[in-house]
Design a protein around this ligand. Structure first.
Ligand code: ATP
Length: 230
């Protein structure tokens, strides 16, 4: 099985996450996409609500897609969740499957600051997707791009190439993948909610209803993550 893995805080999940995951699944013929909400991310993220809420919203958002699944592997983890540990565990759980970790250009740029980045790229294939505000050309100094030439990055930015694969580490591959630009972020969604504005068409109705019924993001003292929470 070719298994795509989407990690993130999903605070909350929005159509930027969902549509890009679906496009990647389609373009690279992945069998399944596993969404993994972070329990406690290694880096402080402002306005982060309890993992149990974020997990339930992902579950609601993907309910109608048979190729999408959610995992509670990081939500259940005690302490901070590090991608390299998660991928190691998934490698054991899905022995015989090919793993593809999916992340936006913004997240890939940050990779050198993650725990054991060299180990991580040796454990899984990586799919780096386009995101508004970031360009493939901006990855030119990344230590993980190997032989990829600037000309190729430019062709991806200009839409003359849609997918480009390269050797990233050992027998693992990296894929640079252009997806429909959707300028949506979870922080923009949260800011709209805080200012009492509509978030319709930015995320699934089921997720919007969940946010409203649990009064999430509006009254931060009720929903923010606390020590010992999941
Ligand atoms: P926040 O605004 O709170 O920082 P976010 O919208 O960036 O959140 P995350 O859960 O932090 O969402 O992101 C998880 C992954 O999804 C990252 O790899 C990120 O690059 C990617 N991603 C999120 N939104 C988009 C988007 N609109 N287009 C492409 N990739 C996206």
């Amino acid at each position: 099985m070719k298994l795509g893995i989407c990690g993130g805080t999903f605070n909350p999940i929005h159509y930027g996450h969902l549509r890009t995951a679906e496009e990647v699944r389609d373009k690279l013929s992945l069998d399944k996409i596993l969404f993994i909400p972070a329990g406690r991310p290694p880096f402080e993220k402002s306005g982060l609500i309890r993992a149990s809420h974020r997990y339930k919203m992902v579950k609601l958002a993907i309910a109608d897609n048979p190729c999408f699944e959610v995992s509670d592997i990081e939500v259940k983890m005690k302490g901070k969740s590090f991608t390299v540990d998660t991928i190691r565990k998934l490698g054991e759980k899905y022995k015989g499957s090919e793993l593809f970790f999916i992340l936006g250009i913004d997240a890939f740029l940050d990779l050198p600051h993650w725990k054991q980045p060299d180990k991580l790229v040796s454990l899984t294939n990586m799919i780096i997707i386009s995101r508004p505000g970031y360009s493939f050309t901006g990855l030119v100094a990344s230590p993980y791009l190997g032989e990829v030439r600037k000309k190729t990055l430019k062709e991806l930015d200009e839409g003359r190439k849609s997918v480009f694969s390269f050797g990233i580490s050992g027998n693992k591959k990296g894929f640079l993948c252009r997806v429909t630009p959707l300028d949506t972020s979870a922080s923009a969604v949260r800011n709209l909610i805080i200012s009492g504005k509509s978030v319709k068409y930015l995320l699934p109705d089921s997720v919007e209803s969940y946010i409203i019924s649990h009064k999430l993001y509006k009254d931060t003292s009720r929903s923010l993550i606390k020590e010992g929470d999941i």
